[in-house]
Design a protein around this ligand. Structure first.
Ligand code: ZN
Length: 295
């Protein structure tokens, strides 16, 4: 099986920064953990592919989180990535019914309908410093277009984000990946129109990935006519490094009465990590020692 990885490049004329990822295995791993239906797999897979690239636009030591809260049946899409290429996520309702929209005689999973209207949040976590979060209204619900809008409006960097997840007939992930293109300051008009023409002739990202295309070959197409240097390569994988200590944060969101009730009834409080479904049990002794709360 071909490994998943992300590359970041800079064109030799220093006018365009670009990233591309192949995330097929990581999205399939997410599907198996969360038992997502095809449309939920597509939404989660796009978000996971996005954060696996977005992190490479940040400074070292940071983590990036993407949160999409919509009024559609999927409820929410959460994804997070760190500098080591560890990516994880979940959706609010992984079991929603398959939804297809028929466009141009091609059946397409209706991610937009699954997400609905709402907001997209990007959270940057920088070690011990306060996390920085910004939000935009969803403009499409397809995630790629929303992130294009996020970078262009919120970060004021003209960008284009393409994401694709292709689900096989047996519901497994056949292909997943994507790209992010950003214009650096003072890019001349001719560069912009060449890029736009490349993007218009690109077609579906997931279909391209399905052909076995590498991130380099994907960028060769997006950046046709430009030569570039690769500035970063990171292997990416689905990995939740949660621990009993970290997951205590979830217990901390419960009120004291709920905690006491669980302790009385079961002798422990049990919480399950949203990202990997691992369960942790906390007894009274542990909670009194580790939870900074009034009892
Ligand atoms: Zn976990």
């Amino acid at each position: 099986m071909m490994e998943d990885y992300m590359i970041r490049v800079l064109t030799k004329n220093k006018q365009i920064r670009a990233l591309a990822v192949r995330s097929t295995n990581l999205v399939e791993e997410a599907r198996q953990i969360h038992k997502t239906t095809p449309v939920a797999t597509a939404a989660l897979g796009r978000a996971l592919s996005a954060v696996s690239m977005m992190i490479a636009l940040e400074k070292s030591g940071e983590k990036i989180g993407l949160r999409i809260l919509g009024d559609g049946p999927l409820d929410r899409v959460i994804a997070e990535a760190n500098m080591d290429g560890e990516v994880k996520g979940f959706v609010g309702n992984p079991q929603i019914d398959i939804m297809l929209n028929e466009k141009k005689n091609e059946k397409k999973l209706d991610v937009k309908k699954a997400i609905g209207n709402g907001e997209l949040y990007v959270r940057k976590m920088m070690g011990l410093k306060e996390p920085y979060e910004s939000k935009i209204q969803l403009i499409s619900g397809e995630i790629g277009e929303d992130l294009t809008y996020y970078y262009t409006k919120s970060e004021q960097v003209p960008s284009s984000v393409g994401l694709g997840v292709l689900v096989d007939t047996d519901s497994s992930v056949k292909a997943a990946g994507g790209f992010i293109i950003q214009l650096l300051p003072d890019t001349p008009e001719e560069t912009i129109s060449k890029l736009e023409s490349n993007l218009n002739s690109l077609g579906s990202v997931s279909r391209l990935i399905e052909t076995g295309i590498t991130p380099e070959e994907l960028l060769d197409k997006v950046l046709e006519g430009f030569s570039y240097d690769i500035t970063k390569v990171t292997e990416v994988e689905y990995n939740c490094s949660c621990s009993k200590g970290q997951t205590l944060e979830i217990v901390n969101t419960l009120n004291v009465d709920e905690i006491k009730e669980s302790l009385k009834e079961d002798g422990y409080v049990e919480v399950t990590c949203h990202y990997c479904n691992e369960s942790y049990r906390y007894n009274e002794e542990y909670l009194k020692e580790h939870l900074e709360r009034e009892w």
